[in-house]
Write a protein that binds this ligand. Structure first.
Ligand code: GLY
Length: 571
């Protein structure tokens, strides 16, 4: 079936390289496209990790959809064109502000299967086996993304069939993979062969190269079942059967009952003020961002950051120590609050922040107690963030993930989508670092039905009660510190959205006791930090931050991160 969506677009003369199918494309040509980093506009905007997904979102806005419609179409499209992180086999969070001034938070985080248990990743000697929590069938939490989309739909104007169709067409007819995608698919061939019971379309003999067409027929059929049957098209019937069969072939533990009982949850959005001017709306637990972002903002609120300036020794030192303090609390206190009593109101109170800041020495580097340490991967592209804004003033901020790149690396045979490896976000053993080097304890221990702690921090900042910034990023544990820094960069340091996105970032998470800094950070400051006693680890990149800034008169600036193929689109 060819959608009206694509029929509205004039047929092109260009025939895609390596493609037998002539693809429609005036505004959107799945075989010829490129990323665009910044757009200034007044009607609406979308930023996401892939040009095709951003463009589809904006087409939906132009066709009368609101920011929720655009977000849903973008989310489905990412599941096709950005398989490393876009997904229907993972989970995530949505934070939104409606044009009527209502805050919305939807939790579609994965949950532990009913047969999960606290020590399921320990061997007979009690040693943690991260390979099993990070790869293959056993690493998968019950997926939440599709349930999340159906909750998002309650705020949409257009029917599901219109919003999902561009994704179906892209899966059915294919799209041209980009150079980084070809490289990424090639680097994972061995893993894909190892963790799949049936070889998926991503595996092939000759290496992928830029411009090759990726066709995903099985995924198209899964999306069609969702279009035809709604939630039951994923959590019941043929798709559920394919997931259960896959689990049985690969010794996974997700059952039909797990799928049937999965529910996305409406949460109360976190709402905290900053410098008495801004209202910061973000995601509550199981997103750690909902505790850590207010905590860190409270800790710096009385500090003269504007005087210090972006990237100065004083500001980096202060922000590093604030991050260290916050992440020490993360390890101890944070987990799914439906299963563990988390002292949220204390942690997010100004009094507590003040108390914690007594530990800050403006002249000296702090030290983290050396209990356990782990290393954080240099690159963290496994999660993806996207955001939309429309002319009525609806703002949507969504971060979604498979956890690692391509999640568990397992594709559901016959259904064509990757399953997450989100179980590794639990603390598989107290004090043992997960793949991001984050440690945890009882608060984030595995229990059946429990949701694993996340760092995803989709955020909206209001000024005068209206959306001012929409911000978020992938990047594992660096997510919350990148959102924190981006907010300060714009509000306190006066950076443009483009500079706030692209200028170098840094990260401290208590353990391991080091500052991770992007390589292009000012070398003189790095030397001075070392001199203060900090251990510095340089990395190529931190996150992929997306920002939409809205100024008076609906002047919109949307920025996609230079670090990836992220694209800002708008009109
Ligand atoms: N899996 C990354 C996160 O949720 O923080």
């Amino acid at each position: 079936m060819v959608s009206r969506f694509f029929l509205n677009i004039v047929l092109v003369v260009l025939i895609a390289q390596n493609s037998a199918t002539a693809q429609p494309g005036n505004n959107i040509d799945p075989f010829h496209y490129s990323s665009r980093k910044k757009v200034e506009c007044t009607h609406g905007a979308v930023v996401s990790a892939h040009p095709l997904a951003s463009d589809i979102g904006v087409e939906i806005l132009k066709e009368g959809g609101n920011a929720f419609d655009a977000a849903i179409a973008t989310q489905f499209a990412l599941a096709v064109v950005y398989p490393a992180a876009g997904n229907i086999g993972g989970g995530g969070f949505m934070v939104a502000r409606t044009a009527e001034g209502k805050n919305v938070a939807i939790d579609f985080r994965e949950k532990a299967p009913g047969k999960a248990s606290r020590d399921m990743y320990l061997d007979a000697n009690g040693n943690a086996q991260p390979d099993r929590s990070q790869n293959g069938h056993l690493s998968t939490g019950v997926p939440g993304s599709v349930a999340g989309i159906f909750k998002e739909l309650l705020f949409a104007k257009l029917p599901l069939k219109k919003l999902i169709q561009p994704a179906i067409d892209l899966a059915e007819n294919g799209f041209a993979v980009t150079e980084p995608q070809a490289r990424s698919l090639n680097s994972e061939q061995g893993e894909f062969r190892k963790y799949n019971t049936e070889l998926p379309v991503f595996v092939r003999e000759k290496p992928w190269k830029k411009g090759d067409t990726l066709v995903q027929k099985d995924l198209a059929q899964t999306l069609i079942r969702i279009r035809e049957n709604g939630l039951a098209g994923f959590y019941q019937g043929e798709t559920a059967k394919l997931i259960i069969d896959e689990m049985q072939r690969g010794n996974g533990i997700i059952t039909g009952a797990d799928l049937l009982s999965y529910q996305a949850i409406d949460r109360e959005a976190v709402n905290s003020t900053y410098r008495n001017v801004y209202m910061v709306i973000t995601m509550p637990l199981p997103s750690s961002g909902g505790v850590l972002l207010p905590l860190m903002l409270n800790m710096v609120e009385e500090q003269p950051l504007t005087n210090y300036g972006y990237g100065s020794l004083k500001s980096v030192h202060l922000m590093t120590e604030v991050e260290r303090l916050a992440y020490a609390d993360r390890a101890k206190y944070l987990g799914d609050k439906d299963y563990y009593e988390v002292p949220i109101s204390t942690l997010t109170s100004r009094r507590y922040a003040k108390e914690r800041m007594k530990l800050f020495d403006p002249d000296k580097a702090g030290t983290s107690e050396k209990i356990q340490s782990g290393s954080i991967p240099a690159e963290s592209k496994q999660t993806t963030h996207f955001e939309t804004y429309d002319q009525d003033g609806n703002a949507v901020s969504i971060t979604t993930t498979l956890n690692n790149s391509y999640g568990s690396k397992t594709v559901v045979g016959g259904a064509g989508f990757f399953l997450n490896d989100e179980m590794d976000d639990f603390s598989i053993k107290p004090g043992v670092p997960n793949m991001y080097g984050a440690v945890g304890g009882d608060a984030n221990a595995i229990a059946p039905g429990k949701r694993m702690l996340s760092s995803m921090t989709p955020t909206i900042v209001l000024k005068g009660g209206k959306p001012f910034l929409i911000v978020g990023t992938p990047g594992g544990t660096t997510i919350t510190t990148s959102v924190f820094q981006t907010v300060l960069d714009i509000i306190d340091f006066g950076l443009t959205p483009q500079d706030a996105v692209n200028k170098p970032k840094f990260h401290h998470q208590w353990l391991p006791d080091e500052i991770i800094m992007e390589r292009d950070f000012n070398p003189a400051i790095i030397e001075q930090l070392k001199h203060m006693g900090y251990k510095i680890r340089l990395t190529s990149e931190i996150g992929r931050t997306e920002v939409i800034e809205i100024l008076s008169g609906n002047r919109i600036t949307a920025v996609g991160d230079k670090r990836g193929e992220d694209t800002a689109a708008g009109y």
